[in-house]
Design a protein around this ligand. Structure first.
Ligand code: HEM
Ligand code: HEM
Length: 394
């Protein structure tokens, strides 16, 4: 830019963010008018954009208020951002897959093969969508357990935990509904077993019909799962996620109990731009890993589902449902399935209400009983999942 005071300097450079962002309407209009006068002599895109950059200042101002504490376990603060990163990848690749994918019993598998074999880079987009789904769920589990062990759910962050819990259910819903979409044999029979589960509970038939769009898994189920996957679940997720992130911004990042008193907090990183830049490094590492997996360990295509064929051996769900799957298998006695469902429901409700049950942490006192309970839940899930791995492989 040539010398002299530019429009950008006049409008947004005197960066007292407070006074700029909340400049009275009249003086802001005057600034815009003078900037417009200046641009009439010749059009300069950068200048034009610079003059209008003040509209972002309230956002930057809002973001810059947050600071992230630095201490020996602050590494765990990266996993919410990583979950978010893989979710964004899911949206972008999912929208690209939508250009060619056809959600009908006749065409789903062939459109899926077409994406994989004919569409330029279709195989890459599909592999990225599949791997990023797995990485998103993995990051979400790490994020959930780390916030649990750091007691980040305690007062005043109860709603962060509740919205997070709902996001966990929605993400598992994404995985479950997406699994059927390629309409291959494995997905077909796994969905048949998965959607059968609610039948063991009183009134469960209604849920089974709601999921399947009829008594059995058919083309109607595929269309239904498709609309859940690309419309209903994304819509609700965007709403709940906005609430989760807004709450995060307003409440700020928590510090583990007792850390401040013991002088373990070394300092604070302003979120914008310092911590965001560090987040960016995490995302680049995540992206490199994602590309490596997508290119070197492609997910198999399988064979087209044949609803009339008998179920093949070794049908199992995605790894993130293995613990529930194994528990149901362990409870194969009369009334066992219902007992397992009741256990999971009670466990799930207790997990969701943890911030209200753990009264000690709400008073900023350590709550070892909850740490032990969390370790038991984690060990149970890992052992049950490992048993499925031993029996079926990956
Ligand atoms: C789609 C899923 C999710 C996304 C994208 C997400 C995103 C985030 C982000 C970006 C943060 C701030 C950075 C951080 O502390 O890691 C955060 C914080 C938090 N999240 Fe999540 N989250 C998700 C799911 C969950 C789940 C499943 C839970 C727990 C059940 C949860 C509970 C929390 C809590 C308690 C905090 C506050 C952490 C603190 O103040 O130290 N979130 N989340
Ligand atoms: C708005 C966002 C999303 C859209 C528009 C979308 C769209 C799609 C489409 C069109 C397919 C079928 C194509 C195919 O099978 O390769 C698909 C498959 C799938 N989606 Fe998504 N998706 C989205 C988000 C997600 C998320 C967040 C997850 C998981 C956490 C996920 C998990 C899956 C899985 C596991 C498959 C099956 C992949 C396969 O075996 O090829 N999707 N998705």
């Amino acid at each position: 830019m040539k010398g002299g005071l530019t429009g950008m300097d006049r409008i947004s450079k005197p960066t007292n963010a407070d006074s700029e962002a909340f400049m009275p309407q009249q003086s802001r209009m005057q600034s815009i008018a003078s900037a417009i006068d200046e641009t009439t002599s010749g059009f300069n895109l950068m200048k034009w954009l610079g003059e209008r950059s003040y509209v972002f200042e309230p956002i930057v101002h809002f973001l810059s208020k947050k600071a992230v504490p630095q201490h020996r376990i602050s590494i765990w603060y990266y996993f919410g951002g990583l979950t978010l990163f893989f979710f964004v990848i899911q949206i972008v690749t999912g929208l690209l897959l939508l250009l060619y994918y056809k959600p009908t019993e006749q065409e789903a598998f062939s459109s899926f093969l077409y994406i994989q074999k004919e569409v330029p880079y279709g195989w890459l987009i599909r592999q990225i969508h599949s791997w990023s789904a797995n990485l998103m769920v993995l990051m979400l589990f790490i994020h959930m357990f780390s916030t649990f062990f750091m007691k980040a759910y305690r007062k005043p962050r109860e709603l962060m935990w509740i919205t997070g819990f709902v996001l966990c259910l929605l993400t598992l819903g994404f995985g479950f509904t997406g699994y059927l979409l390629p309409w291959n044999e494995l997905a077909f029979f796994a969905t048949q077993i998965g959607t059968e589960v609610p039948k063991a509970a009183p009134g469960g038939e209604v849920i089974v019909e709601l999921l399947r769009g009829g008594e059995d898994v058919t083309g109607a189920t595929l269309t239904r799962m498709f609309s859940f996957h690309v419309v209903l679940i994304p819509g609700i997720t965007l709403l709940v996620l906005s609430a989760h992130l807004l709450l995060m911004q307003i409440l700020g990042t928590s510090v583990p109990i007792g850390y401040k008193e013991q002088g373990l907090v070394k300092g604070y990183d302003p979120f914008f731009p310092n911590f965001l830049m560090k987040d960016l490094i995490g995302w680049m590492i995540g992206f490199a890993l994602l590309l490596y997996l997508a290119v070197n360990l492609p997910w198999e295509l399988g064979v087209k589902a044949d609803p009339l064929a008998p179920a093949p051996q070794g049908i199992k769900p995605e790894w993130y449902f293995w613990a529930q799957f194994q528990l149901l298998k362990d409870f194969k006695f009369p009334g066992g399935e219902l007992t397992a469902i009741i256990m999971f429901t009670i466990g799930g409700v207790a997990w969701a209400l943890v911030p209200f049950i753990d009264r000690q942490s709400a008073r900023e006192e350590k709550s070892p009983a909850f740490t032990i309970a969390g370790v038991l839940v984690l060990v149970f899930m890992l052992v049950e999942s490992y048993r499925v791995y031993l029996e079926y492989g990956f």
